[in-house]
Design a binder for this molecule. Structure first.
Ligand code: XIL
Length: 513
């Protein structure tokens, strides 16, 4: 009972969004008692309070990662398929439509109360080669057929479409594509009309990058949409991708640029926000990144017709950047271990969050867990996690109130355990340890090792230093650690989201399984 309450009730402090997301989903997945989770306000809730949505791109392969989907499903109110509605996926062979992957995304959105942005109907890239091989007179019917089939299939499931993606070159001239070659710039109006005929409810957008600020490319988009509106072509908005980079500076006059489109009676959306940097990341680049994220959100909030912000996935773990821009990365709000980066707090602040410092709950404690394995043999009869805690807050934390959990599976054999502290600069006499069952069991987790402290206090910025823990079953049968929830092969200490820290029984760090 105690466990259930901790997992589903109580307001969270500390690492906020990530934990909140994990907990909210944990409750839903467990199907446990109907105790309403009241986690810290999510990004989407913050945005909603300002009349906006906050969304993320996602992709089919990522949806098997349950720590990922926990956050995706709870923190965001809108999702965009990163690839699964593109032409090469939906019509790889002329006339043969494949919607299974896109359907997975719309199903996820429906299950989590999220709107879905359709991306994208007409684009020069990720276009199967048969389109470019068509005789010019067959391109228009093929394009119209593609739009009709795809937009009809997703009618009711998709609220907005990027009908045409990336129509312009950097200098504002039209980009060459099979569509432009066959139809000239008229292909854009034709595409919009076809999309409107197939789904009159969907909001129809033109989407491009490097149109966030004033400049030649956004001038070209401005001229195009002005003309389309004058001709009565169905068009609802302009999508600004916002793939930014700290080394290229912030878009020039982003708010004013958004406003001029809004003044035409169009909606504006930030559709693919990320802020990449040359690797390795450092504190300076991360600070610049934070300010860029914050300024984009502020620009959107300052323009009434800016309807929302979508990040091009929320974690560095699934970013498109490293494979597209070699040597660059770290572009997202959370790092590769799904831990919040400074940019997340900046976005929350921009969205009006008041309580990001963890004050008021959990004694205001902000602790993080770091982990390494002290055991290279994952198949023997002992598990040897090295753990240490760091106080990231500004007040001292009494260690007597603190517990740390490391989850594993017991495999077959005895269900009783022995635990040891082998060494710690704190002195092992100050450390307690035990194994308890985790009910209900989750993937990689039917037991956890819990460490606690008999005494001591952790000053702001201080670390406990390592605590070398060890456990075995009382029958000394073997483990398979390789699939254990909290296990990783890390041989030096690193922040560990799958090791949880509690203060007074309240989760302040990590994601429970
Ligand atoms: C990217 C995807 O994220 C990648 O997985 C894929 O390999 C290439 O495309 N602008 C867009 C998106 O409009 O469709 C692109 O998505 C990123 C740039």
């Amino acid at each position: 009972m105690d466990l259930v309450m901790r997992r589903s009730g109580g307001r969270l402090a500390g690492p906020c969004a990530l934990l909140a997301g994990a907990l909210a989903l944990g409750t839903a997945l467990l199907g446990g008692p109907a105790v309403a989770a009241s986690p810290e306000t999510t990004l989407h809730e913050l945005a909603s309070a300002q009349g906006r949505y906050f969304g993320s791109a996602t992709d089919n392969s990522e949806l098997t990662d349950t720590a990922y989907t926990a956050v995706l499903g709870s923190e965001f109110g809108q999702i965009t398929p990163g690839n699964s509605m593109k032409w090469d996926t939906t019509e790889p062979v002329q006339g043969q439509f494949k919607f299974a992957k896109g359907d997975v995304i719309t199903d996820f959105g429906r299950q989590h109360g999220q709107s879905v942005r359709g991306h994208t109907l007409v684009w020069h890239s990720q276009l199967p080669s048969w389109v470019g091989a068509l005789p010019p007179e067959q391109v228009e019917p093929a394009m119209v057929n593609h739009i009709t089939e795809v937009a009809t299939h997703y009618r009711g499931a998709v609220t907005a479409w990027d009908v045409v993606n990336e129509p312009f070159n950097e200098d504002g001239t039209y980009r060459t594509s099979p569509f432009h070659t066959a139809m000239g710039s008229d292909y854009i109006a034709t595409a919009l009309r076809a999309a409107h005929a197939a789904d009159p409810e969907a909001k129809l957008y033109l989407n491009d990058y490097n149109i966030e600020g004033l400049g030649a490319k956004s001038d070209a988009m401005y001229a195009l949409v002005t003309e389309l509106l004058a001709e009565g072509v169905p068009l609802d908005g302009v999508g600004m991708q916002a793939h930014l980079a700290v080394q290229y500076g912030f878009p020039y006059e982003m708010r004013a640029n958004m406003q001029r489109f809004a003044d035409l009676g169009l909606d504006v959306a930030v559709t693919e926000l990320d802020v990449r940097m040359q690797l390795p990341a450092d504190a300076t680049k991360l600070a610049t990144q934070s300010s860029y994220y914050q300024r984009v959100v502020e620009a959107c909030l300052a323009v009434e017709r800016c309807v929302g912000v979508t990040v091009w996935d929320w974690t560095d773990k699934y970013s498109w950047v490293p494979s597209t821009f070699p040597g660059q990365g770290a572009a997202n709000l959370y790092d590769e271990n799904l831990l919040p980066k400074p940019a997340l707090a900046a976005v929350r602040t921009a969205l009006g969050a008041e309580d990001d410092d963890g004050e008021g709950e959990g004694d205001g404690a902000t602790l993080k867990a770091q982990y390494r394995t002290n055991d290279s043999a994952t198949g023997d009869n002992q598990i040897k996690p090295g753990l240490q805690l760091v106080n990231t807050g500004s007040t001292a934390v009494s260690l007597q109130d603190v517990t740390v959990r490391y989850w594993f599976t017991g495999e077959n054999g005895a269900s009783t355990y022995s635990t040891w502290c082998d060494w710690s600069p704190l002195g092992c006499s100050a450390v307690t340890s035990r194994v308890a069952a985790w009910n209900p069991a989750a993937a990689g987790a039917d037991h956890y090792l819990e460490a606690g402290f008999r005494s001591g206090s952790l000053a702001p910025g201080a670390s406990t230093g390592e605590i070398q823990l060890r456990l075995n079953k009382t029958d000394w049968s073997r483990f398979d650690e390789s699939d254990d929830y909290s296990h990783s092969g890390a041989t030096s200490y690193a922040d560990a989201a799958k090791v949880a820290v509690y203060v007074g029984g309240e989760l302040v760090w990590g994601i429970e399984p």
